[in-house]
Design a protein around this ligand. Structure first.
Ligand code: GLN
Length: 488
C-alpha cells in the first residue's frame, strides 16, 4: 500500500478493501518509526489525523466521498492549518496556531483528504537545501548524508520515504520542482494565479504558488483538480472556468501518444554548469519523448542567465515587506525582556529570524530604499519582463520546453554552507519560470552520482498544465523511474 498510486488507494477505499483509518494508521506508524532520523515532519497529531480519517470513512460509507476522500497527505508547514502549529520553519512562528485553514488546506480537506502533519522546510521558504530550518535539516531518503533540496524538502522527503502518499509544496523560485528532482518525485508548480495563496505564509507574493508533490504525474493531476480554483480571498486569484487536469491523461494513447508534440530545448539549459550525470539522464529522457512521437526544436532563452540576479532583488524586496508583520506584537515570537516598544521589535526579530531570513530582509530593504530602488528593484523588474518575453517567443515555436530541473543531484548536508552563490545558482533552471508566472513540472528521469535521483523539467505555457501532465504521464507509462523508491 505504501507504494500505491492515488488511483489505487481510491480504488481500495471504494471497494472497502481497507478503511481510511487503517490507511492513516499505516502512514502514522511509518512516520513514528522513520521520522526521527529523516526529520521530514515538524508537527504530527495522530488523534487529529485519525478523527479526520473516521470522518472520511463515514462519508465513504454514506457513498458521499469523492476520488480523494480518505487518502492521507502532508502539508508543508507554510500553509495555515486551524488547530495545528504553522511554524514556516522559523523560531518566529514556533508558537503560532492559525485560527483558519489556508484555502489549499480547506479545499483538500473538503475533498476528504486526511492531514498527516506539517512538513519541515527552509525558514520562510528561503533556501534550496532545507538547511535553514529552525527545526534542523531534513535528510534525503536516498542518502542520509544528502540534502533533500528545498524549500519544500520535508514534503519531498516524506513522500519519497513513503511517510505520506502525497504532499503540498510551494514554489517561489523552484521549491516544489527542485526537491522533487532531488528526491525522485513528480512535482508541479502551477501557472501563477490558479491556486489560491490565501493562508500561505507570504514570502514573495508575485512569485509564490502552491502545488502538488507526489509519486507520479497522474497523482499530481488528481491533486491539482482539488487545489485549483478561484478564491475571492486572494487578490491575484484568476477567475477561470474549472478544468479537469486529468482529461488528457484519461484519453487513449496509442503507441505514439505524443505525436505532433513540439518540445523546445533551450541551449542555455544544457551548457556550462550542468553536471555530466544530470545531462546524460535528461538527454536519455528527451530521446524517450522522441520515441513517444514528440519532435524537438531548439529555442533560445537568451536572458536566462539574468534570472537569478533579478530574482535575488525581487524576492528579497517582497520578502522584506511581507516579513515586516512579524514584530512580536500580534503573533509569533516576542522577546522575554525589553526596554520599550522599539527594543521589543528589535529583540523579537533578532531572536525570531535566522541568518538567511535576516540577509534577505537586509537586501530587500536596501533594494527598495529611496535612491536605490530605481537602480535595483526597477531594473530587476525590467529583466523580469525580458525573461517573460523570451518564454513567450519560445512558445511560438514549441508546445513544451524541457531541460534539467537542477544542475546537480543532491549535495551533502553542509557542502554548500560556505558558498551562498553556489546555493543561489542551484535554481538557475527553475527561477525564470516563476518570474514569468509559467507552470513548471519536475519528474524523475534516472539516477546520477552516488545513486541519487535526477529530475527532468517540463515548462508549459500559461494554463497548459493538462498538456504537461499528459506528457509526463505518457513518459511514466513507458518508464519506471517514478516507481523506484529508496525503501529496502
Ligand atoms: N531557493 C530559492 C530561494 O531560496 C527558491 C525558494 C522557493 O522557491 N521558495 O529563494
Amino acid at each position: 500500500m505504501i507504494d500505491a498510486s492515488l488511483r489505487e488507494l481510491a480504488g481500495a477505499l471504494a471497494a472497502k478493501r481497507l478503511s481510511s483509518v487503517e490507511l492513516t494508521q499505516l502512514f502514522l506508524e511509518r512516520i513514528e518509526r522513520l521520522n526521527p532520523s529523516l526529520n521530514a515532519f515538524i508537527t504530527t497529531d495522530p488523534e487529529k489525523s485519525l478523527a479526520l480519517a473516521r470522518a472520511a470513512d463515514a462519508r465513504l460509507a454514506r457513498g458521499e466521498g469523492g476520488p480523494l476522500t480518505g487518502i492521507p497527505l502532508a502539508h508543508k508547514d507554510l500553509f495555515c492549518t486551524a488547530g495545528w502549529l504553522t511554524t514556516c520553519g522559523s523560531r518566529m512562528l514556533s508558537n503560532f496556531v492559525s485560527p483558519y485553514d489556508a484555502t489549499v488546506v480547506k479545499r483538500l480537506g473538503e475533498a476528504g483528504m486526511v492531514t498527516l502533519g506539517k512538513t519541515n522546510m527552509d525558514e520562510f521558504a528561503m533556501g534550496s537545501s532545507n538547511e535553514t530550518s529552525f527545526y534542523g535539516p531534513v535528510k534525503n531518503p536516498w542518502r542520509p548524508e544528502a540534502v533533500p533540496g528545498g524549500s519544500s524538502g520535508g514534503s519531498a522527503a516524506a513522500v519519497a520515504a513513503r511517510l505520506a502518499p502525497a504532499a503540498t509544496g510551494t514554489d517561489t523560485g523552484g521549491s516544489i520542482r527542485q526537491p522533487a528532482a532531488l528526491c525522485g518525485l513528480t512535482g508541479l508548480k502551477p501557472t501563477y494565479g490558479i491556486v489560491s495563496r490565501h493562508g500561505m505564509v507570504a514570502f514573495a507574493s508575485s512569485l509564490d504558488q502552491a502545488g502538488p508533490m507526489a509519486k507520479s504525474a497522474e497523482d499530481c493531476a488528481w491533486l491539482l483538480n482539488a487545489m485549483a480554483g478561484f478564491d475571492a480571498r486572494d487578490s491575484t486569484s484568476l477567475e477561470r472556468p474549472a478544468e479537469d487536469y486529468t482529461r488528457e491523461i484519461a484519453a487513449r494513447g496509442g503507441d505514439k501518444p505524443l505525436d505532433g508534440l513540439k518540445i523546445g530545448l533551450p541551449r542555455e539549459y544544457f551548457g556550462e554548469g550542468l553536471a555530466a550525470d544530470v545531462a546524460r539522464a535528461v538527454e536519455a529522457a528527451i530521446a524517450e519523448f522522441r520515441r513517444l512521437g514528440a519532435r524537438t526544436v531548439e529555442v533560445p532563452l537568451p536572458n536566462m542567465g539574468l534570472s537569478v540576479p533579478a530574482y535575488y532583488v525581487i524576492a528579497p524586496a517582497e520578502a522584506s515587506s511581507n516579513l515586516s508583520r512579524f514584530d512580536g506584537v500580534r503573533y509569533g515570537h516576542r522577546a522575554a525582556e525589553y526596554a520599550d516598544l522599539i527594543d521589543m521589535y528589535r529583540k523579537s526579530r533578532a531572536e525570531g529570524f535566522g541568518a538567511e531570513v535576516k540577509r534577505r530582509i537586509l537586501i530587500g530593504t536596501y533594494a527598495l530604499s529611496h535612491g536605490y530602488h530605481v537602480a535595483y528593484y526597477l531594473q530587476a523588474q525590467r529583466i523580469r519582463r525580458l525573461i517573460a518575453a523570451d518564454f513567450a517567443e519560445a512558445f511560438t515555436s514549441c508546445d513544451l520546453i524541457m531541460g534539467p530541473t537542477s544542475p546537480r543531484v543532491a549535495c551533502d548536508i553542509g557542502d554548500m554552507a560556505g558558498d551562498l552563490i553556489q546555493m543561489y545558482l542551484s535554481d538557475i533552471y527553475t527561477i525564470g519560470v516563476n518570474l514569468a508566472g509559467l507552470p513548471g513540472l519536475s519528474l524523475p528521469c534516472g539516477f546520477g552520482e552516488r545513486g541519487l535521483p535526477v529530475g527532468l523539467q517540463i515548462i508549459g505555457n500559461h494554463f497548459d498544465e493538462a498538456r504537461m501532465l499528459n506528457a509526463a504521464h505518457r513518459y511514466q507509462l513507458a518508464t519506471d523511474w517514478h516507481r523506484r523508491s529508496p525503501q529496502p
